[in-house]
Design a protein around this ligand. Sequence first.
Ligand code: IMP
Length: 226
Amino acid sequence: MDENGSRLKTRRQAIGPEQPQLFSPDLKAVKLLIATTNRGKLGEIFPLLAGLRLEIQTLADYPDVPVPDETGLTFAENARQKAVYYARHAGVVTVAEDSGLEIDALDGAPGVYSARYGGETTYPQKFALIEQQLRLIPDADRTARFVCAVAVAVGDDIAFETRGTVEGLITDEPRGTGGFGYDPIFYYPPFGCTLAEAGDRKSLVSHRGKAFRRLREWLAQQNSER
Ligand code: IMP
């Protein structure tokens, strides 16, 4: 791992003789599968990868591949598992991300269970559950962060991984209509608003913005090494 939390392999290490190539030698656009169906995530990821000479695909291009169980105990483990699973099934270089909200006063919950915290409930119900759990916690101690782990699989190998975080505070009630998931209860002090009120500024500071900008640098570097 380097100081950015990234693990790099050279193209030679990452790609064995039987593996799909990360970049084609004849300079044609190569397929890169972004292994998520989450519209909120895709809406943020597409602009962050725009302009690269890659044919970006999503899981909508592979409707017959079954969704795997997420069994990892960390964001990084889940990202690696998803990347290798979809790279194997789709046969193309695959980027997977796993992300979520860690609340310090709840010992890091909801964490890797963010999407299903409190069961199959709506986000307003999840916000109410969290508020109930934090009701005795003073404002200053409602510290939390979003985490985004990203992994790139080339065949069975993880060719690159990185992570991004953003620190904030949990509000006592939701504010704003932008973003997705827990954005309405995530107050970002430097902006003086929640991430659901931050509009396009969210990606400038977010966990996903940070992780995918590092991924973008790595992809561009692979391109220039050809
Ligand atoms: P995953 O699909 O297993 O990675 O679940 C990620 C879940 O974490 C999402 O469904 C949201 O509940 C939450 N999450 C991740 N990133 C964000 C974000 O940027 N804003 C709000 N919620 C997020």
